[in-house]
Design a protein around this ligand. Structure first.
Ligand code: HEM
Length: 461
């Protein structure tokens, strides 16, 4: 690590800092990430924000992000939002501590189940869920809400691929999905760094949260018990549950504990559902305003799967333009808007010539993804960036929607396969029109998502 020659003690911070409350003036609790983006534009690629003594150092300058991504000196940090999520995901991969032995075992066991090749085993289940979305849109009348529909799709996909369970989100209300959405909402509200906002949730919401958590755990435990009582040997490709039950840790030879398997399944539902749903919904928003892009996607899917036939597993990687649309969507609106890194050495550290007193920072992805290295029109949707060399090796360091290092997203190939398959299938089947005059409204919870994207869909095939 390069030690800065001169260390300035004072990190840039917002104007109008108050003696006790800190940088509370102009705080936006509804859209905090978008507020950070505005602050980063004003204050630069590293700055601090302090509220009631809670300090957050925000980094988005490419050189500094590259420095904190260096696994030799920095590692993932479980900050307040993660620790709140840990109440749900416990020692599941996403919320496990770096030093936790269960992380190492689960990472080793699950790595192969999330490899690119392993997607062959989930393709049919993904296709089945996409077909249910198409059938539901065929029989519907009036516009569809992009995020709600994508969320049903991604929930069903995880149900099928992780548990071989059909939640049937397009046919019925799913109390289990509602419980997951509620616990995430609760965690999001309670991990706010303004103590007053944290404490307004009240006892009723806390009681509901506890009941929801119990219900979620009980449901997943029952599905695991059923599987153990009746192993599914008829399937040629195992689902994620089967994989975890039958695969020993290659280093120790031990199987994952049942409680840990439950936590992994809940983690997939937390980490893999909203993120993928938001990404597909953002992409649909962009496509609905860009008939030229829609046409290019149709042309490529028609070439690999003529006459409206199902898209085969082997053909998904050939859908290059669709993939570039997904990549560019994740550049502009990375569903997980950032990640936390902490210096491996305890205590204060230095970064960019500043002292970082607590030794940890937040990487603000949508700002990194708009850094000047992306060119003068970094705010514009342009999938060509990924078709030309612009997103090649040099730019890998300014494109991090999947996080970084050892703790980067294990579900990346899964999400990409699902998103490309869904978008290509939808683009081929429908003319899609956005509401005239709609302006993108990005809402923030645990993830970033497009709000109010109402699409008129009419069949073209
Ligand atoms: C577009 C969709 C997705 C995006 C943008 C995304 C993004 C991310 C990011 C940024 C991280 C790193 C977080 C950190 O460092 O704190 C992460 C980790 C993780 N993601 Fe994803 N993710 C997506 C889909 C999925 C899916 C589909 C799954 C599983 C089915 C999944 C499972 C996980 C898990 C288990 C981790 C923790 C990995 C570890 O620490 O070992 N994600 N994801």
């Amino acid at each position: 690590m390069e030690i800065a020659q001169t260390i300035s003690k004072t990190l840039p911070h917002p104007r109008y800092r108050l003696p006790f409350a800190g940088d509370i003036v102009g705080l936006d609790t509804a859209k905090p990430v978008q507020k950070e983006m505005a602050m980063a534009t004003e204050l630069g690629g590293i700055y601090e924000r302090k509220i009631f003594g809670h300090r957050l150092v925000v980094v988005s300058e490419p050189e500094l992000v590259a420095e904190v991504n260096d696994e030799k000196y920095w590692a993932k940090f479980l900050a307040l939002p993660h620790r709140k999520l840990r109440a749900i995901g416990e020692d599941g991969l996403f919320t496990a501590f770096n030093s936790e032995p269960n992380w190492h075992s689960a990472h080793a066991v699950l790595g192969p189940a999330f490899s690119k090749g392993a997607m062959r085993g989930y393709h049919e289940a993904m296709q089945e869920s996409v077909n249910e979305l198409l059938t539901s849109w065929d029989s519907g009348s009036g516009p569809v809400d992009a995020y709600d529909e994508c969320s049903k799709l991604t929930f069903d996909v995880i149900g099928r691929c992780a548990l071989s369970h059909d939640f049937g989100s397009f046919r019925q209300a799913v109390p289990f999905a509602d419980a997951i959405a509620r616990v995430l909402h609760y965690v999001n509200k309670s991990s706010n760094d303004v103590p007053i906002i944290r404490s307004v949730l009240g006892r009723r919401a806390t009681r509901q949260h506890d009941e929801d958590l119990q219900f979620i755990r009980h449901t997943v435990d029952s599905l695991i018990e059923q599987r153990m009582a009746q192993p599914d040997s008829s399937k040629t490709s195992p689902d994620l549950l089967e994989h975890m039950l039958s695969t020993p840790d290659p280093d120790t030879g031990d199987r994952l504990a049942l409680e840990n398997i439950r936590n992994q399944i809940i983690t997939f539902l937390i980490a893999g559902n909203e993120t993928t749903a938001s990404t597909i919904a953002f992409a649909l928003h962009f496509l609905s305003t860009r008939p030229d892009e829609m046409q290019r996607i149709r042309a490529e899917v028609d070439a690999v799967a003529p006459d409206g036939t199902d898209i085969e597993f082997e053909n998904v990687p050939k859908l290059r333009r669709t993939r570039h649309v997904v990549d560019e969507t994740l550049r502009l609106w990375p569903a997980a808007p950032g990640y936390f890194r902490k210096a491996r050495e305890r205590g204060a550290t230095s970064l960019g010539g500043y002292e970082v007193p607590e030794g940890w920072v937040f990487v603000l992805l949508p700002q990194l993804h708009r850094s000047p290295e992306w060119g003068p029109e970094a705010d514009k949707f342009n999938p060509d960036r990924f078709a030309t060399g612009q997103a090649s090796d040099t730019n890998r360091r300014i494109y991090k929607p999947w996080g970084t290092g050892l703790r980067a997203c294990i579900g990346r190939q899964f999400a990409l396969h699902e998103a490309v398959l869904a978008l290509a299938s939808i683009a081929r089947r429908y003319e899609i029109r956005a509401d005239p005059g709609y302006q993108l409204d990005v809402r923030e919870a645990v993830t970033m998502r497009p709000h109010g994207v109402r699409l008129s869909v009419s069949r073209r095939l």
